[in-house]
Write a protein that binds this ligand. Structure first.
Ligand code: DLL
Length: 439
């Protein structure tokens, strides 16, 4: 039935619904108790008039307060810790709506849990201890690099921590070292394929057999194309820093949705307006509650990601509910080459540069396989000049400021005063051409 042996990492992945739910309930109570150590959650629980003792069934989760990204921001940098600072083993972060990231902290136990979660989906997607895994996620505050790294090591496979950038060198490493497995964003894999093709290399010239992609949305068409061009089987995995990082869910050999690791996270799928659960099988916003996190437990975190849940049994034997691909977001967060960027960050950068007017348009395209962002911004009349050198200085300042706030390079285009269309009502500042393209 499967293209390779269906191996299960951990027996908790196949618990019966009854056993799973009783484990979830016990862990949910502990989580609420733990969260009550954090002033923010203690106050939120008090406002909702819920105590850990009120959690008698899994349905009682709906009595718990929800958490949003702004709560993380308001408790910057580490105000949501449920453990003393000396128990923290690592800190990661993700972009916030302003220049500052939101931080997430891990205890030693959390790091071990996290590696186990990644080991599960990697195993589900064919990883064997004998494999060599080429990881081209950034190693840094982003959870992708270190998260996958320790998951691979947990399985007992070997890692090439290549990190991102310099695609020709990545291809050389993959070929010379003979990596069977690729870990990256799907768009970066397309870029690897494109550069390989330009070098005259086809799928048979690359040793890759499996790939694990995540960190950004992608489509079934894109899977087909990457698989064909790189000659491998590609698997989807999902996660977000606030919840733990990669490892929240991942595909098995059936590749028909990502199994949520429900013994560690409770998932809800809600209507973002009414906050009520959507009907079975309908798309809604995913909300996660952590069940085992020590340093930074999270109650009902609203991800803003839209997907649907499928509770039908899976032939692989895993019992975790499957989530479909992320089909959209309820906020304006953009994912550019795997990096989360909010339009408000770009605005903040522009406002910091004297001479730039607050009139701008952000255009996103994918001319080849990588996202390209163009920020067209008006110059204030008093700063506008027909001297190239003067305009170049302004251009470079904007360029640097955007890079320093968002972490990504964009193409900056200066526009003459009064040339960018003024909005009537809501400004349409972002034009994303990627969505309109089939791949
Ligand atoms: O992107 C964690 C991750 C790293 C997951 C590597 C998988 C692999 P953040 O930077 O906090 O964390 O971004 C989280 O990325 O809310 C989704 O919008 C998006 N995202 C992550 N994985 C997928 C996926 C990491 N497989 C945000 N499909 C999430 C679609 C994804 N979107």
């Amino acid at each position: 039935m499967f293209a390779f042996e269906n191996r299960i990492w951990d027996r908790n992945e196949t618990l019966s619904r009854e056993d799973l739910e009783s484990l979830q309930l016990a862990r949910l109570r502990q989580t609420v108790e733990r969260a009550a150590n954090v002033p923010f959650y203690r106050n939120a629980l008090a406002r909702a008039r819920v105590t850990p003792k009120d959690i008698r069934s899994l349905d009682d989760i709906r009595r718990l307060p929800m958490t949003v990204k702004d709560d993380m921001r308001n408790n910057y940098p580490l105000g949501l810790l449920a453990t003393p600072m000396e128990d923290i083993a690592r800190v990661h972060g993700s972009s916030g709506t302003t220049g500052k990231p939101t931080f997430v902290a891990y205890s030693k136990g959390d790091l071990d849990t996290w590696a186990g979660l990644c080991a599960r989906f990697l195993t589900a997607g064919g990883l064997l201890p004998s494999h060599l895994v080429h990881i081209c996620f950034g190693y840094g505050l982003f959870t992708g690099g270190f998260g996958l790294h320790y998951g691979v090591e947990k399985v007992g496979a070997a890692v090439v921590p290549a990190s991102s950038g310099n695609t020709p060198r990545q291809i050389m490493l993959i070929r010379d070292l003979g990596a069977q497995v690729l870990v990256s964003t799907p768009s970066y894999a397309l870029n690897i394929a494109e550069v390989a093709r330009a070098q005259g290399l086809g799928p048979d010239d690359l040793p890759l057999k499996f790939a694990h992609f995540g960190g950004e949305p992608w489509t079934e068409d894109m899977r087909i194309r990457i698989e064909k061009e790189l000659g491998l089987l590609a698997f989807n995995n999902y996660g977000l820093s606030e919840v733990i990082g990669p490892g929240v869910s991942g595909e098995c050999a059936a590749r028909n949705g990502m199994h949520v690791q429900e013994d560690h996270f409770i998932v809800e799928c809600i209507d973002p307006d009414t906050l009520e659960p959507v009907k079975e099988g309908e798309g809604g916003e995913l909300v996660f509650t952590s069940l085992t996190k020590e340093a930074m437990p999270v109650l009902r975190y609203r991800t803003r990601d839209i997907a649907c849940l499928d509770r039908a049994p899976c032939p692989c034997g895993r019992t975790g509910v499957r989530m479909g691909r992320i089909v959209g977001r309820t906020d304006d967060m953009l994912i550019i080459r795997g990096v989360n960027v909010f339009p408000s960050q770009i605005e903040e950068a522009l406002l910091r540069v004297e001479g730039a007017a607050p009139h701008y348009v952000i255009e996103i395209d994918r001319p080849g396989s990588l996202d390209q962002v163009t920020v067209r911004v008006e110059v204030l009349p008093e700063s506008f000049s027909d001297k190239m050198s003067v305009m170049q200085i302004l251009h470079d300042r904007i360029d640097r400021e955007i890079q320093s706030i968002t972490g990504i390079r964009v193409k900056v285009e200066l526009a003459a005063p009064q040339t960018i269309e003024r909005s009537v009502g809501k400004a349409k500042r972002v034009i994303d051409h990627r969505a309109a393209k089939p791949v």
